[in-house]
Design a protein around this ligand. Sequence first.
Ligand code: SF4
Length: 336
Amino acid sequence: MSEPEKVAEYYREKEDGVVQCVLCPNVCIIEPGETGECRIRLNSDGRLTLPFYGALSAVSTDPIEKKPLYHFYPASRLLSVGFYGCSFHCPFCQNYSISQSTPASPSSTSPEDVVNRALKEGSFAIAYTYSEPSIHFEYVRDTSKIAHEQGLKNVLVTNGYLSAKAAGELLQVTDAVNVDLKSFNEKFYNEEIGGKLKPVLNFIELAAELGVHLEVTTLVIPTKNDTEKEIDSIAEFLAEISPSIPLHLSAYYPTYKYTISPTPPSVLENLSKVAQKRLRYVYLGNVRSEVITRCPSCGNKLIRRTGFHVSLSGIDNVVCSQCGFPAEIVGIDKDY
Ligand code: SF4
């Protein structure tokens, strides 16, 4: 017998079988037989359904540094699951083959199966990642709850584009999040991506308020979001929440619809210095160099990362081995 159709949460019924999804700020009006902007949530005879519940584009075990998360259980590995579809349509998407498509005949992996696999492989957590997990809200929430019951942690790698209520519900079962803050410019969000900036900022603030471990990534694209003013605005916004929020400034490479030249390393390094005036931990991403976490008090090298090799030799019993300043890293006091 086939599985009963999964019905979505966060939608309203309108007239003539039309529905409105209110999961994310796109608030799509969806005609019968159609999906919303994300291609994931389907109007099936006047009900919003989830034909891609449990349809995974990838399952693999990754170092946590790959998410990237540098201040949460460093040097550990976690089971990563990926999806299809996205609430945005970034012309520079590095995962466009899964974010801008859906499989013709999706197969489904149950939340229980994902959790069991994570346990079997000795992962300490499950990451919901690769393409946008938040549009698979019900599946991620269901899996996260079971993961917690089994003693696993949950990591969300997201564009942070959810309605306030759904964001609160998902963050309640999330332990760490990396939010992709694509720009600090409303026009960039509107014209390049097809979204709005403010809900993403709200999501970041809410994650911090709820005590979820938070890191932020910005892909630096030449001529689009690479001015000192823009990166300083991002740093200022984050520093007002906490100067300890790690910011990852990632190098862009041409892909999908963008043919702009890659981000020069000198630009990335300069912008990193701009952000460091306000934030304690700023990292360069997508570059081939050692990535170091320095003690904000004495400059000691707390953590060194070469590729995915990680050394925590500058930390002694959760503090800097030189000056005793607390290492602002979650999970180094645990046996995992
Ligand atoms: S989750 Fe998908 S269907 Fe719902 S509002 Fe967002 S883009 Fe539209």
